[in-house]
Ligand binder design. Sequence first.
Ligand code: MTE
Ligand code: MO
Length: 335
Amino acid sequence: MLIKTNRDGFGHPVASEITPQSIYEGRRNLIKLMASGVAGAALTSWATREAHAQSATLTPKPGKLAALPNVRASLPGAITLDKLTDYKDASTYNNFYEFGTDKSDPAQNAHTLKVSPWTVQIEGLVKKPGNYALEDLLKLSAQEERIYRLRCVEGWSMVIPWVGYSLSELIKKVEPLGSAKYIEFVTLADHKTMPFVGSRVLDWPYTEGLRMDEAMHPLTLLTFGMYGEVLPKQNGAPVRLVVPWKYGFKSGKSLVKIRFTDKQPGTAWNKAAANEYGFFSNVNPTVDHPRWSQATERRIGEDGFFTKKRKTLMFNGYETQVGQLYAGMDLKKFF
Ligand SMILES: Nc1nc2c(c(=O)[nH]1)N[C@H]1C(S)=C(S)[C@@H](COP(=O)(O)O)O[C@H]1N2
Ligand SMILES: [Mo]
């Protein structure tokens, strides 16, 4: 098996292939399947297992999710030696407040979410606004598997193999105007299918935002799948964001709108409690949440009586890649 790490001109690691040609071809065949209308075919578990051969402990999932087209397995170069979180934990211990505030609620309730047809509206300061069908988004760029840490602001973390492509690919295609400095991400708020939309915890729809350079950073992943398959509904199907150096809540699920703007957009958690959740919300062990420390984290799946907590890393361990974005900024002030 070929393992190669490259760096692009910015010093960002780029994907390193871990996939033998046969698997690549196998996955390529799925594109043909998709094209021929056989979209319900599950990605064979041998391909998933093979792709995860680097991580000995993957629990392949059962399930019959539709296959994702055009996927090649790859590693982003950063933090891939951690053991993967079991699929079962990643898909049953969730935050998705539209389906309830308990960690087990989304897995129980999200089956009502209707993920097809799905369109993402692109609007604001951009040359090519419009409604983009999920199928078109899927085809826009080759998808990669990227193993990222997700660190929740509540103090737990997981290591998940996501499937998608850099959001920058989409941004380049829609041609933002020079005046576009931020992007607002709006997620679905459907009373009929999301039982907790309307609850007073948050101002719905759940929205998030990134500065343009953060959105353009190659690590920011427009995500369609995990563990080699399409996203389970509770994880934000059919398309979500994953911004691995920020607290988990920046990674909005079930995206319906991407709006380019010249002003810093409001965000759901900042509106709910501005003193607790800032716009940036970069993972930072030295800046405590007003009600708890952010210095350590509990890795889901490692909980045992004698298990030590892990030290939380600056920018969730992605400092080499993203530190430059915040050069000269007071990260206590801009938390
Ligand atoms: N629309 C929406 N997106 C959301 C949330 C939410 O409640 N609603 N929760 C966020 C939080 S707090 C976290 S930690 C991650 C959890 O993602 P996961 O369940 O796939 O691990 O999703 C984020 N995205
Ligand atoms: Mo979170």
